[in-house]
Design a protein around this ligand. Structure first.
Ligand code: COI
Length: 355
């Protein structure tokens, strides 16, 4: 599949690329940005034509509503370079649909598909040299929208800015992570914004995660807001449990993000004949499985981290160690996914889009 660009996009190119100043072997996730960025304003009731210009500082009034009411959403997606130097996006349509779903929940006007997709493709084609080589390396794409109408009355903004930034990245987490099961905190509630990629969902995780870090954990496994018995997500990722040979993950809901990596892992596991159950899973079931050794693996799945294996988890005052399974599903799923993303194996699902 190749998408044609017909949208008028103003392009102001950088005079001289910064690419030679970047140490691609030592990238910290999300700290290095490419030469260009895209922006598009919503004013007078409609989205204007996008502009691509050199990456740089923007000016926003301190009265802009985003600072006062957090009316902001984002997406995370990636572009990959294959061995023939072709560039690929992975399931971009899914990101576009979820971007607008998040916008609707935050009372932000939806972005037209051609602005999102054609704007993204034009930006990627301009900064194509920045997509790193190597299995697992990629260009992280961060589309986002924020409310920039000035005024502190608590009402939806009438103006917004949609932007796309690009960051060359390597792995998100270095190695396995230790997680703490939440006893009191939750990331989302029924009727809330947990299913949206609302910026505030992520900001609200920092405090409980800092407390977990003080106890020696890297991330939290979030539990439901009422009983704290249902295991829902891990850090900024969806979470999978392997009990005996069955892969289990919670169903999506108001509280659980419809993760694109999550649904790709489910489809791949089913395609490879692994038993998969999409059902609620409780803390008690997990503790029981850990004690009787039927718990073989836990891993997080998300765009940034891809697949992130868990080395052990804490609950109340106990710690449960997980030794790596010899036939690790986490490793297997990660390889299957990356092989499709990097165009190494045939994409029989029709997930990839050539840039
Ligand atoms: C992603 O995986 O794209 C995320 O949303 C995680 C991000 C907060 C780094």
């Amino acid at each position: 599949m190749q998408q044609q660009n017909t949208l008028p996009i103003e392009i102001n190119k950088i005079k001289s690329s910064k690419i030679d100043q970047v140490d691609f072997d030592n990238l910290t996730f999300g700290n290095v940005f490419t030469d260009h960025m895209l922006s598009c304003d919503y004013v007078d009731g409609k989205w204007q034509n996008p502009v691509i210009e050199p990456y740089g500082t923007i000016t926003i009034s301190p009265g802009a509503r985003v600072f006062h009411y957090g009316q902001a959403i984002f997406e995370g997606m990636k572009a990959y370079r294959d061995e023939q130097d072709e560039l690929w996006l992975f399931r971009p349509e899914e990101n576009f649909l979820r971007f607008n779903k998040s916008s609707v929940r935050l009372a932000i006007p939806e972005v037209p598909k051609e602005v999102f997709m054609n704007g993204l493709l034009a930006l990627l084609r301009l900064d194509k040299e920045w997509v790193p080589k190597g299995h697992g390396n990629s260009l992280y794409i961060r589309p986002f929208i924020f409310a920039d109408q000035v005024g502190v009355s608590a009402a939806p903004s009438s103006n917004y800015k949609f932007m796309i930034l690009l960051c060359p990245v390597k792995a998100y987490y270095k190695g396995e992570v230790k997680v703490l099961i939440a006893e009191n905190f939750s990331r989302a509630a029924n009727g809330g914004v947990g299913a949206a990629k609302a910026a505030g969902n992520y900001g609200a995780q920092f405090y409980p995660t800092n407390l977990a870090k003080e106890k020696g954990f890297d991330q939290i496994i979030w539990t439901d807001d009422c009983s704290h018995q249902y295991l829902e997500e891990a850090g900024t990722m969806n979470v999978f449990f392997r009990i005996n040979d069955t892969l289990i993950t919670a169903p999506t809901s108001d509280r659980i993000l419809d993760g694109i990596t999550r649904k790709s892992v489910i489809a791949l596991a089913q395609h490879e004949g692994l038993p998969v159950e999409i059902r609620k899973i409780t803390v008690s079931e997990l503790l029981e499985a850990a004690k009787n050794k039927s718990l073989k693996e836990i891993f997080g799945a998300g765009t940034a981290a891809v697949i992130s294996p868990v080395s052990g988890f804490g609950y109340k005052n106990d710690y449960y160690d997980l030794t790596e399974a010899p036939d690790s599903y986490a490793k297997r799923m990660k390889k299957s996914l990356l092989d499709i993303q990097h165009n190494i194996t045939e994409d029989s699902f029709g997930w990839t889009l050539k840039v």
